[in-house]
Design a protein around this ligand. Structure first.
Ligand SMILES: *[C@@H]1O[C@H](CO)[C@@H](O)[C@H](O)[C@H]1NC(C)=O
Ligand SMILES: *[C@@H]1O[C@H](CO)[C@@H](O)[C@H](O)[C@H]1NC(C)=O
Ligand SMILES: *[C@@H]1O[C@H](CO)[C@@H](O)[C@H](O)[C@H]1NC(C)=O
Length: 372
């Protein structure tokens, strides 16, 4: 179950008639921590150890013990892992760029990160970074040599896969600031749709859009749920948050349907990541995971092993000595939840393997056919 299927093997197993895989030369990604490969770390300080311990054996700008779904996507096309646009050190953008940062929202927020708020790099800011990336890449490439080899070729902007995974932070914001979902979510959809149309104007042809996962299964939402909304489902996930996520997802699906009508020459694939993740939570034992809702790298024990004041990688003074309090569990490969908010490499790989098949997609194309 830990094997990463190649496209050819996948197409054979699905017995599809169209057998040639798409050769995306680049991925350009927008999103939040679910796909941040170093943006927030480059800006506000690195994700501390033990983040990265399983795969990179050191922190690698990701909020996980290892790789994210976007890493497995890049690997499946034979591409190197995506550099964060915001990272000015050792980056190589010849095969794409990642504009996602942890804490990003679709709607620009006013509460800053250091006050418990959000990343300043909202989706519209990510779009403006993308526009600069596109225009300045060409100027810099003209310098030749190493500059050219580190930048995306002009023709790749049309051939690239444009992927999105954003919305989770908008849902937490709207819920905890008591805003009306019926007012807030349509505003996010307008922004999302405008951003996609602008990327299309700049050449984008292939869009791979993740919906948002089951927020109500994540410890950071579970422990904060108000007493008026304690209801849990049979898996132990908070019903109120999952309903909110589903409401967002239904509107996102409608928005993508409308985009297909507005831009008929463009490929839009809507990926129901929610259902893949929820399937993992509800059948965790079957897939080799234990205590599905318990945080691996956390503090405090209990059902969720999560404490808002002592997060993964946080240190504290115990008997006069500084010690790591937010420690990793001994078997991250058997945990779904990494730090109370994000998923482990093992869970990300499992979800990737599910969604890459196309069975959670509309239209039902596998990832490696996303150029059809
Ligand atoms: C950047 O990455 C590309 C593709 O992975 C590679 O061919 C190129 O040599 C890299 N450039 C440098 C300077 O490492
Ligand atoms: C939202 O409502 C709850 C319950 O009425 C209240 O405790 C909380 O302070 C409110 N939050 C905000 C940001 O207004
Ligand atoms: C998304 O919308 C399409 C119609 O455009 C529908 O066929 C599909 O079932 C929807 N997917 C989900 C997961 O709701």
């Amino acid at each position: 179950m830990n094997l990463l299927m190649t496209c050819v093997a996948l197409l054979l197993s699905l017995q599809t008639s169209s057998s040639t895989p798409c050769k995306f030369p680049a991925i350009i990604n927008f999103g939040d921590s679910n796909s941040d490969t170093g943006g927030l770390s480059a800006t506000f300080g690195p994700a501390p150890p033990p983040n990265g311990e399983t795969f990179f054996h050191m922190p690698a700008g990701r909020y996980s013990d290892g790789r994210l779904i976007i890493d497995f996507m890049a690997k499946s096309f034979g591409l190197a892992y995506l550099s964060a646009y915001l990272d000015s050190l050792g980056t190589n953008f010849s095969h794409g760029a990642n504009f996602a940062t942890a804490g990003s929202t679709i709607m620009q927020q006013t509460v800053p990160l250091n006050k418990g708020g959000y990343s300043p790099f909202s989706l519209q800011v990510q779009l403006s970074q993308f526009s600069q990336f596109k225009s300045r890449s060409q100027m810099i490439s003209k310098k030749g040599k190493v500059f050219k080899s580190l930048k995306l070729k002009k023709s790749y902007f049309k051939k690239a896969l444009y992927s999105f995974d954003i919305g989770q932070n908008d849902l937490t914001e709207l819920f905890f600031s008591n805003q009306s979902a019926d007012e807030y979510i349509p505003k996010t959809m307008k922004v999302f749709s405008d951003v996609v149309k602008e990327i299309y104007q700049q050449g984008g042809q292939y869009f791979w859009i993740h919906n948002t996962g089951p927020l109500g299964c994540l410890p950071y939402a579970l422990i904060r749920r108000p007493s008026s909304s304690l209801e849990l489902d049979s898996v132990g996930c908070a019903v109120i948050f999952n309903k909110l996520a589903q409401k967002f997802n239904n509107m996102l699906n409608e928005t993508v349907t409308q985009l297909r009508k507005d831009l008929p020459t463009v490929t839009f694939i809507y990926v129901d990541v929610y259902s893949a993740k929820y399937k993992l939570f509800s059948n965790s034992r079957k897939y080799g995971f234990e205590t599905p809702l318990r945080t691996c790298c956390g503090f405090g024990g209990g059902d969720y092993n999560f404490d808002f004041n002592v997060k993964c990688g946080d240190k504290g003074i115990v008997e006069g000595e500084e010690v790591l309090l937010g420690k990793s569990c001994s078997h991250p490969e058997k945990s779904i939840i990494w730090d109370g908010v994000h998923y482990t490499e093992a869970a990300n790989k499992w979800v990737y393997n599910e969604i890459a098949t196309g069975k959670y997609s509309h239209p039902s194309l596998p990832l490696c056919q996303a150029c059809r």
